[in-house]
Design a protein around this ligand. Structure first.
Ligand SMILES: Nc1nc2c(ncn2[C@@H]2O[C@H](COP(=O)(O)OP(=O)(O)OP(=O)(O)O)[C@@H](O)[C@H]2O)c(=O)[nH]1
Ligand SMILES: [Mg+2]
Length: 449
């Protein structure tokens, strides 16, 4: 256990928001610090897992800084498994910062991002996948992402990875025994080992596929709306985000800059980008806007290429379509379907009217389908990028092990990559992980977690 006592504001820090703020203290001095600063009137009993009512007082001046509740959780019955004291203060930024300063002056050190969770992990309270799930729950941008994070917190991912790792360890033990004591043991059936490794690899690949879909739920999709001026890009952004986010006029060249809108469609978080209409222009400001539109296309996960049905599919629309980065998922969207179409019927994926909202549902469905997200219902666990990289690397190691088998190489050649696969899976759960890796993981958490 760590000898240092740490403290931080554990609740969201924003001026004028929220009515309660929590200062969390963890470590051997937590209880002493709490006793020094907190004054509980009457006959309240100072005991573990009880709530005390009182005031936080500056021990120097005697001034009352805040009215608060104190919750003491003695080790090991706390999140960090150390003694934890929480001061539930009034939500004002100023007073909670003063309470934190008093706690620091009384001997605690400011906690680093994720340090409470890191201690919980180091003290065996949770494995790495559960710790990461907490961070994901905190930052979830949609209900579905929060559900997946909760599944991770319940240990869904840890159990699956640990089970696979154990199966590999069993095979590794058999192989290593043969390396050392081939003559004393019954012969090993290479075929049986290979098919077990194959089965584990198949399950890993399934997890990876799920993980990639979960990634979208966690991080959201970047969707750029592009097209010629005046085709209705800003109107579409406003329709999808259900507010007048962007300026709409009948003048071509209205939008000059990128306009961003965050929304959730069927549980999938999106960042929608409205862009300046693309055309040849001498206007310097518009030119810069158009450069930004092209940049937005480069950075997008999906592009909605909008055109105006009234004018039909023009050479400029085709040029824009041809200029999209190769391989980027895109949808060609015909807008202004409420008006009679003038040009010849174009080859559109969806027809909508950003004005009346017609075709809105179909557009959302096609959009989610296009990014491989038709139905994320079946998804039960989600891997983050770190876990995904390790799972992919474990699967690759297994593939190399299987190749050693096919080439009829001696057992010790099998063990090299198999050991690598076991290590990668151990890094996912934290069963095998270095301190440097841990620091990197937890530093991405928010302060107070
Ligand atoms: N009839 C009809 N008019 C529409 C529709 N969508 C947009 N408009 C009109 O088309 C004009 C241009 O709309 P915007 O949304 O500003 O177009 P834009 O593509 O953002 O234009 P720029 O910002 O100049 O590139 C406005 O007068 C809109 O009211 C539609 O579905 N039907
Ligand atoms: Mg616009």
């Amino acid at each position: 256990m760590s000898s240092e006592t740490i403290a931080a504001v554990a609740t969201a820090v924003a001026a004028g928001e929220g009515s309660v703020s929590i200062v969390r203290i963890s470590g051997p001095e937590a209880e002493v610090i709490g006793q020094r600063l907190f004054e509980a009137p009457g006959k309240q009993v100072w005991d573990s897992h009880r709530v005390l009512y009182g005031h936080v007082r500056d021990p120097g001046s005697g001034e009352r800084v805040d009215e608060a509740l104190l919750l003491l959780m003695r080790a090991p019955r706390s999140f960090t498994r150390e003694t934890v004291v929480e001061l539930h203060c009034h939500g004002g930024l100023i007073s909670v910062q003063r309470v934190l300063e008093l706690v620091l002056a009384a001997g605690a050190r400011r906690a680093l991002p994720g340090e409470f969770s890191q201690r919980a992990f180091l003290n065996g309270r949770l494995d790495l996948t559960r710790a990461e799930a907490i961070s994901e729950l905190v930052t979830a941008r949609s209900r579905r992402a929060a559900q997946l994070a909760m599944a991770g917190l319940d240990g869904g991912l840890e159990r699956r990875i640990s089970a696979l790792r154990l199966r590999l360890l069993d095979q590794l033990a058999e192989l290593e025994a043969r390396v050392d004591f081939e003559d004393d043991l019954p012969p090993l059936d290479g075929q049986a080992v290979a098919s077990e490794l194959q089965a584990v690899r198949a399950e890993l690949l399934e997890l990876v596929a799920d993980g990639e879909r979960g990634q979208i739920l966690r991080e959201g999709l970047k969707v750029a709306i592009v097209g010629r001026p005046n085709v209705g890009k800003s109107s579409l952004l406003n329709l999808l985000s259900r507010c007048d986010r962007a300026i709409v006029t009948d003048l071509p060249g209205t939008t000059r800059d990128l306009v961003e809108s965050e929304l959730v469609l069927k549980g999938v978080p999106l960042t929608l980008l409205d862009t300046a209409g693309i055309r040849d222009t001498d206007d310097r400001v518009e030119q810069i806007g158009i450069e930004r539109s092209r940049g937005a296309v480069q950075a997008a996960d999906v592009v909605l290429l909008l055109f105006d049905l009234v004018q039909g599919w023009l050479a400029e629309d085709q040029a824009l379509l041809d200029s999209l980065p190769p391989g980027i998922p895109h949808l060609v969207v015909a807008n202004k379907a409420d008006q009679p179409a003038a040009g010849p019927p174009a080859d559109a994926d969806v027809c909508i009217s950003a004005l009346t909202g017609a075709g809105h549902e179909a557009l959302v469905d096609r959009l989610l389908q296009r990014c491989g997200h038709g139905g994320e219902q079946g998804l039960r666990v989600a891997l983050n990028q770190r876990q995904l990289d390790l799972a992919v690397s474990a699967a690759a190691s297994l593939q190399r092990t299987l190749e050693a088998g096919e080439q009829q190489l001696p057992w010790d050649f099998w063990t090299i990559d198999l050991r690598g696969a076991v290590r990668s899976l151990g890094e996912i759960t934290g069963a095998e992980v270095t301190e440097a890796v841990l620091d990197r993981i937890f530093s991405r958490f928010c302060i107070g977690k």
